[in-house]
Structure formats: structure tokens, C-alpha cells
Design a protein around this ligand. Structure first.
Ligand code: DGL
Length: 267
């Protein structure tokens, strides 16, 4: 048993989609979240810059009592090398958990991936899928506008701008006749309904956020690091930009008011 918190970070608010699932499946756990809201987006930056930001984000979380770190960001996860960036506690990104779930879910062996430009050009999800099963057919598309549409609240299922962008981005994925689509960026679950409408009933969506949260639970269970099951977990949020902006926008991601204290902090 270990009562330290689970540390979660993202370039901004997308990682809250993982926090939401963590709270649902491990209500006893404390969460410390860092959102680098002053520097979002990461997904259009160079590998070197994203890797530098990642080191700083992890160093920030490590200044707090954490027992595991989750990079709840498809872009950060895609820029990690083969070695874990922390060697003294469990760590996960979102790529492997989502790739594993997609390989289990697909019936026809055709998997689609959508993510930020940095994620898609890294080929991270393809590599992870082919490490699990080289026979899987993969089609990936970068969707650069999605993060901005979500950040600015264009998230209603029938929002015409988001729908138009989604139709454009998803056309090659539909042509590839995938039966499984990885939402490879942690912002995308917020517009999952729109994406599902365009992909049609026969396509199963895999949320990288949700799969990372489930994988984290598995790691903590396996290493006997879950907390006392009688305690009620608390969330604490740190952001590198305005607290009030975070509180306002976080509602879209948590589907509720922010459930914890929020602090603005330099990293
Ligand atoms: N949440 C990030 C991801 O999952 C997208 C936002 C960004 O570009 O920083 O890739």
C-alpha cells in the first residue's frame, strides 16, 4: 500500500480526460495534475522542444509526493524514447495502452489513428501496434485543428465547424475501412460523439486517455502500490498559466466543475 499521489501531466487540459477516468476507477487515489497551459500546444513543436518540456514537467511532478507518473499527452508519449524517463517509480504514456487495446478490439485487423502532427509524424502508435502484432494494417491522420476546436469550446456534437473539420480529417481513415480508431490525443475524447457519428456504427473508438488510466491501475495493482481503500482521494491541480482560465475551460474536460484546489506555478 502507498498513499502518495498519482502524478499526471499534459501540455494543458487534455490530460483531464485521463484524470476523469482515474477518479472513476480509483476513487481512493490522490492525483496531482500539472497542465502546462502557458506553453500549449506541444503538438506543433519540434521533438527537441517537446522533450525539453517533458523533462521539466516530470521534474515538477517529482517535487511532490508521487508514486507513479502518467504522461497523459499523446504528443509527449510519442516523443519518449525506448527508456522510461523515470527509473524509480512506475511510469506510463498513452501510446502503449491504446495500441494494446486497439489490437484486442479490432476484428478486421485495420486500425486508424488520429493525433497531433507531432504524434502522427513520429509513427509512435504504428510502432507500438506492430510490436504487438505486425500483421495489423494502420492508417494515421494528423488533425491539427482539433486541439484548438476543443480548447475554444467548439465541442457540441453538431457543431458545424468541428463537424466539417472532422469530415475532412477522417475521410482517409474511413476509406481505409478501419473497424477501430485510436483517439491518440487526450483532447479528442471531448469530441468523440462527433467523430463517432462520422466514422459510423461499425467503428469502435479507443480513447488513449481511458486506456492509460486503466493501464496505470493495472501497474499499481501489480506493484502493490494502491492506496488505503478507506480513504477518499483528492485532486490538486497546478497550471503554468491562469487559474481562472483553467477553471473555466476544465469544465469541458471533466464534465463538471473542477474537483480540487488549483494553483498557478512556474516550472
Ligand atoms: N493533449 C495533447 C496530446 O495528447 C495535445 C495538445 C498539444 O498539442 O499540446 O497530444
Amino acid at each position: 500500500m502507498n498513499q502518495d499521489a498519482i502524478g499526471v501531466f499534459d501540455s494543458g487540459m487534455g490530460g483531464l480526460t485521463a484524470v476523469k477516468v482515474l477518479n472513476e476507477i480509483m476513487p481512493n487515489e490522490n492525483i496531482i495534475y500539472f497542465g502546462d497551459t502557458a506553453r500549449i500546444p506541444y503538438g506543433t513543436r519540434s521533438r527537441q522542444t517537446i522533450q525539453r518540456y517533458t523533462k521539466e514537467d516530470i521534474a515538477f511532478l517529482r517535487r511532490h509526493p508521487v508514486k507513479m507518473i502518467i504522461a497523459a499527452c499523446g504528443t509527449v508519449s510519442s516523443m519518449l524514447g525506448a527508456d522510461s524517463p523515470v527509473d524509480d517509480m512506475p511510469f506510463t504514456g498513452v501510446v502503449y495502452p491504446a495500441a494494446r487495446a486497439a489490437c484486442q478490439a479490432t476484428q478486421n485487423g485495420r486500425i486508424g489513428i488520429i493525433g497531433t502532427p507531432a504524434t502522427v509524424s513520429s509513427g509512435s502508435y504504428e510502432t507500438a501496434i506492430h510490436n504487438i502484432d505486425p500483421s495489423k494494417d494502420v492508417t494515421a491522420m494528423a488533425c491539427p485543428l482539433f486541439v484548438h476546436l476543443v480548447e475554444y469550446g467548439y465541442t457540441d456534437r453538431n457543431n458545424p465547424i468541428t463537424r466539417l473539420a472532422a469530415e475532412e480529417y477522417l475521410a482517409p481513415i474511413r476509406s481505409a475501412e478501419v473497424d477501430t480508431l485510436i483517439l491518440g490525443c487526450t483532447h479528442y475524447p471531448i469530441i468523440a460523439d462527433t467523430i463517432a457519428d462520422i466514422m459510423g456504427d461499425g467503428v469502435q473508438l479507443i480513447s488513449a486517455s481511458e486506456e492509460a488510466a486503466k493501464y496505470a491501475k493495472q501497474c499499481l495493482e501489480e506493484q502493490d502500490l494502491l492506496t488505503d481503500s478507506t480513504q477518499h482521494g483528492h485532486n490538486v491541480y497546478y497550471v503554468s498559466d491562469s487559474v481562472s482560465m483553467f477553471r473555466e475551460n476544465a469544465r469541458h474536460f471533466l464534465m463538471d466543475a473542477v474537483n480540487g484546489q488549483v494553483f498557478s506555478s512556474r516550472i
